[in-house]
Design a protein around this ligand. Structure first.
Ligand code: ZN
Length: 350
């Protein structure tokens, strides 16, 4: 059972606040000169060092499965780097100016969503723009999440916006991309698990777009539809494609899925897709499970590391673990490095 709680974390508050206020790149632009106030001392190497923090954890960007890496806090913002060193996301320390009633305020970049307690371990889940960052050691991130007053004196920035894979007005490019994802090697591997739809993937219609859908499964035509004009990454395209194929499989595997799903907890995060909908949670858990098997298929440091990574998928999308074990037993994953470990854990739990 998970409980929700917020804990204070004060160790770095003063150091972090003073380092940010005194850092010339941030404070000078937003604090007017005032001869009645003492001038702040010049920044020191120690100030800058204190504001820099590296927090290991997992980023789930735009609802996608978690990626292992570190969130780096600097005096200019937050950057998430994957374990391989790639920059997956960057965020300002504080968001753009917004008007609430008659007052301006700066949107918070970091907000603590909840703390999940699993046995002795606590996982802190923070919202970052359109993503969720999970960590066991939040450090100064917890202070940022409480939006201390000094944060409003930091120069605010507009959010960076992701560009879609194709121009939303370019229907031909969207059609080509939908056709490509549904006829490539990735799709073929999924068809062996979920079956092949009768038609190639098309585009989401106006009704679906108005409802904000990135993909749809149209059961009456046994066809998928995607909206590449609003999909911003290859990972998101694959995720949407897998999610919709999962809906196809769902309709054809009702008793099987019901048996697998027994005891799976619902989604706890009200902002995550799949919340309060078992059908959508199942489709998301399928997409998470496939992502896990694909990601770890080329090998992972150790079996223990692989199973631990799966725990983080499960935390964000309950049901991922049981579906991963199920799919790992299918012939397509006969050479998967975690197949035996997943199978034996499954057996031990029956
Ligand atoms: Zn769905």
């Amino acid at each position: 059972m998970r409980t929700l709680l917020v804990r204070g974390w004060a160790l770095h508050l003063i150091a972090l606040a003073s380092a940010l206020l005194f850092a010339p790149t941030i404070a000078a632009a937003s604090v007017p000169s005032d001869t009645l106030r003492a001038r702040p001392p010049a920044p020191t190497a120690i100030d800058v060092a204190l504001v820099t923090a590296v927090i290991p954890g997992y980023l789930s960007a735009r609802g996608l499965p978690p990626i292992t890496g570190s969130l780096i806090i600097t005096d200019t913002g937050l950057v998430f780097r994957t374990s391989a060193g790639a920059v997956l996301g960057s965020y300002p320390l504080v968001g753009p100016v917004r008007r609430r009633g008659s007052r301006d305020h700066r949107a918070t970049t970091v907000a603590l969503a909840y703390v999940a307690n699993e046995g002795k371990h606590s996982s802190y889940l923070f919202r970052l723009d359109g993503g969720v960052f999970e960590t066991a050691s939040p450090g100064p991130l917890q202070e940022l999440a409480q939006h201390p007053a000094w944060l409003d004196r930091v120069r605010s920035e507009e959010w960076s916006t992701d560009r879609p894979l194709v121009d939303p007005a370019d229907t031909d490019a969207a059609v080509q991309l939908a056709a490509a994802i549904s006829s490539g090697a990735y799709a073929d591997s999924l068809y062996t698990l979920f079956g092949r739809p009768a038609r190639c993937a098309g585009l989401v219609g106006k009704g679906g777009r108005d409802r904000g859908r990135l993909g749809e499964y149209i059961a009456s035509r046994d066809s998928l539809a995607l909206d590449p004009g609003r999909i911003t990454s290859e990972a998101q395209l694959r995720h949407a494609f897998t999610h919709e194929l999962a809906h196809r499989w769902q309709r054809r595997s009702v008793p099987e899925l019901r048996a697998l799903w027994a005891g799976v907890e619902p989604v706890h995060d009200s902002r995550r897709y799949g919340y309060a909908s078992v059908g959508e949670q199942q489709a998301e858990a399928v997409a998470f499970a496939i992502h896990f098997l694909q990601t770890t298929g080329a090998g992972i440091g150790s079996v223990a590391a692989g199973l631990e990574l799966l725990d983080h998928y499960e935390l964000l999308m309950p049901g991922t673990r049981v579906l991963t074990r199920y799919f790992a037993l299918q012939p397509i994953y006969r050479d998967h490095p975690l197949r035996i470990a997943l199978a034996s854990r499954a057996a031990s739990l029956q």
